[in-house]
Every structure is written in C-alpha cells, then in structure tokens.
Design a protein around this ligand. Structure first.
Ligand SMILES: [Fe+2]
Length: 273
C-alpha cells in the first residue's frame, strides 16, 4: 500500500514521514530491551521505501540517540543522507540539543526552529530539560512561534515536538509529559492556522485533539510501550512510522505503517531501560 501513489495524492499535497524514538547507541552492536535499535531503525526505513516513497520531508521527533553519543548521531546522519530527502530533527529527553545544533547543521539533515514549505509552516520545538525524562516548553520558543505565525498568516502550521502535550492514558508515562503545556495549548486554541500537532516519546500511536486541532504520536522505530498502562510495560506491537499527507487547504490525512513482526529478541518483561 503506497499511500503516496499519485492517484491518492494531489500534486499540491506535502508527503511527510514521521520517524520517532530511534534510541541509537554509541556502538552499532548495542541493544536496548533486547533490540538492536540500529537494525530496527534500518528495517523501518526499508519498509518506508517499500510502502511510502518518496516523501517530500522526513521529520524525526526526538530520542534520536539513547546515549546522546556523537557516534550514534554521525551514523544517523549517514543513514539519512542516503535518502536524498530533506530531514528535520528535534531533540528528545535522551538527546542533547546543543549537540544536535552542531551536528545536524547541513542540508539535507537539519535542526532548525521553523521550516516554510509551500503552503505550510513547520515548527520544531525543543522540550528537553537537562537531566529529566519529562519535558517543558521554553518561553523564548513559544514567543518565537507566536511571532512566526503572526508574520505568516497565510500558512498552515504543523507543530512538532517530542513530549506529549496532553495525557495519553499511561500513568507512568504521563508523569513525563510537557510540564507546562498551557501556553502552547493556548496558541493551538487561538490560531486556526495551527492544523495539527505531532509528537514522539510515548512509543505508541496515539490520536487525540485539542479543541478541533488533531494531535498524533508515532510508534518508536525500536520498541513500543503498552497503551493505558499504570507502570512501565513493553508492547509486542512491531516498530513502525507515521505518514502524513498535508493538503494545501490545511487538511491532514495520516496513518501508521508497521513492520510485520516485533524484533526477534524483544524483552517483553523488561522493567525499564
Ligand atoms: Fe523514546
């Protein structure tokens, strides 16, 4: 099922892949929860090539690395450069924003606050709080976002961040959401130009909305968390990605594509990572 086939897409649609929570490690042989995160990421990329190619943009919504190592980031850049597609990253709680700024500074792999692309504007927010698993929004970024929206009133806006803005229903995971979502929620509620929000962090597909603005998360490219779980629990669903079609009029179509099987040695009884 190639969701981007011309008969399903208008030429003015923007085709986006969201990849999230890669958790790559400093060594290519390292594993997490029984999963070689690099192999799993490459399998998801291969699937995307088979099912949803070519996208116009790829957005990676954080936790690119598990250990924030230069080695993991450099290998990731190498993988992404081969795709010949513009890629935009933002930091997760396992990443270091300053390292991303230094390393992801050259097209086609960039970390930047905004992207203007045809009728859309993409905002890439940083919610990383040093030393914490939970996230927070920074006043300077919220103010910049408001200014950017005001300066480009004709653009549809997609807000991209790592941490969830609203609870996803898992008690342990929702202690690690954005701790101060109010200002961004107010922007979402106030500006009709904001057409959607995408995030990572929750290692599962979650759909909701704020007022009438849809909000989506993506599965992880390695291991998944069980939805509606009180405590940390691994789900046996396979890794995958989200695709989004953004129409020039501001509508969003989206779905999840997953591998056929979960990673072979996935540790379903893991108590954490
Ligand atoms: Fe993650």
């Amino acid at each position: 099922m190639n969701v981007f086939l011309p008969n399903k897409c208008s030429p003015s649609d923007i085709k986006v892949l969201q990849l999230s929570d890669l958790h790559l490690m400093s060594s290519i042989d390292d594993q997490l929860v029984g999963v070689n995160t690099e192999e799993s990421f490459l399998s998801v990329l291969k699937l995307a090539h088979e099912e949803s190619w070519p996208p116009d943009l790829i957005i990676l919504t954080g936790d690119l690395s598990q250990d924030s190592s230069t080695q993991s980031y450099k290998r990731l850049i190498g993988h992404l450069e081969k795709l010949k597609t513009p890629c935009y990253v933002l930091p997760g709680n396992h990443d270091t924003p300053n390292t991303l700024k230094q390393l992801f500074s050259n097209s086609p792999v960039s970390y930047q606050p905004f992207l203007h692309y045809r009728e859309w504007m993409f905002a890439f927010l940083n919610t990383e709080v040093p030393g914490e698993e939970g996230g927070a929004l920074y006043d300077v970024e919220i103010n910049n976002l408001r200014e950017e929206i005001n300066a480009h009133p004709d653009k549809n806006v997609l807000i991209c961040l790592h941490h969830q803005l609203i609870p996803v229903g898992s008690k342990w995971l929702d202690t690690m959401a954005v701790s101060n979502p109010e200002a961004l929620i107010e922007i979402i509620e106030t500006y009709p130009a904001v057409r959607g929000v995408i995030h990572g962090h929750v290692h599962q597909s979650f759909n909701s909305n704020i007022e009438n603005t849809p909000l989506f998360s993506a599965p992880s490219t390695c291991f998944q968390f069980k939805p509606n779980s009180k405590e940390f629990a691994i789900d046996k669903l396979p890794p995958g990605y989200r695709w989004l079609r953004l129409s020039a009029q501001g509508d969003i179509s989206t779905d999840i594509i997953r591998l056929k099987e979960a990673p072979l040695n996935l540790d379903q009884d893991s108590a954490g990572y």
